[in-house]
Ligand binder design. Sequence first.
Ligand code: ATP
Length: 427
Amino acid sequence: MENMMEKIVSLCKRRGFIYPGSEIYGGFQGFWDYGPLGVELKNNLKKEWWKTMVYNRDDVVGIDAAIIMNPQVWETSGHTAAFVDPLVECKKCHHRFKADKLQVQSCPECRGELTEPKKFNLLTEVYIGTVEDSKTRAYLRGEITQGVFVNFRNVVDSTRIKIPFGIAQIGKAFRNEITPGNFTFRSREFEQMELEYFIKPDEKNGQVIFEYWKQERMTWYLSLGFTKDKLRFREHAPDERAHYARKAEDIEFNSPFGWSEFEGIHHRGDFDLANHKLTYTDPEANSEFTPWVIETSGGVDRAALFLLINAYFEDGKRVVLKLHPKLAPYKAAVFPLLANKPELVKVAKRIYDDLRKDFYVAWDDRGNIGKRYFAQDEIGTPWCITVDFDTLKDDTVTVRDRDTAKQVRVKISELKKYFNQTLEDKK
Ligand code: ATP
């Protein structure tokens, strides 16, 4: 399975999904850059999330808050005090390790003696201002969540939304992780997609809504093509829960490095709004209360990584990324059978220009058809369209399906309908 990670990392670099950050300077641990195909995959994933969580619902609105906030936010939220990991340090090589993840008593690097666990804050500090000695210390946000809470009143006052309602957000978060690793799984800069859902404080209602969001989120991931047996829920033990959580369950993926979290569903109670001294007035009952929050907090990078792993197949010499067409960077690729036949190139170009008005489409006229198929399979392009000499006679093209390698003839004028129909069928 280690081998699997090497294959994914290598494919990501070779084909332009993910590169090591600042690579020409030797990289920078915990930072990654998304290439031309990676940005498409990530954007498609975020678009699907936003569609499901905001556009398809009446009770959710979106926001996009600033990454750097008044440092008071992090004092009040409890992060400066509690956003910590207990660490041990090797007395010999000075490497640091998370105390709770260590299974041995000595340093895993050099077998040296370890210190007692010490707390280490995960917030990344930044200094704001131009004059050296009067700069203000602030933080890059450690979770995007607080940007929602500090705008709770603004959203209530500027929209017609009423409890129960949610605020959705997608954005970057930063954590000074002690041990970044497993490719993008644990990075120091990453993206989150979160919903904070505000409800009336009520034990039973809280449980029902927590359960509802758990199921909604699992259903959504399955709709993206994750296979059922590779996903599971895992409930946090009381001593494992974050400082704000009354109840927490993770959605985990069976990855090459073991079952691993990529989304958390958290019952935050009134912890955040009470800390920020924010309340809600029910306009009908005219009663004031502090709402409770059920949160769904997903990692864009972890979901993208697990989708890539989930989609990776080897079929003889063929490597196929069986990404859901909704997520695939290119929806189709267009080829003229021969690059040196202007009559074929002309028709192929016309199809390419027409399709790209609606989909992101690739063009390839290099080498032979077999090589072009290989290249598109490896990046997950669901359909390849070839213009050949029959096209010139009957206006049909060959459409070849990535997963089955089966080919059908489709009329040029029916292509969009064909793709839309197949997309519909794969829902
Ligand atoms: P972990 O236990 O793995 O450190 P966490 O429980 O601290 O994760 P949360 O605070 O619940 O994570 O954050 C919600 C989501 O944000 C996670 O499920 C994950 O997808 C993403 N996430 C958190 N930390 C990182 C990271 N260092 N790199 C990439 N994604 C992350």
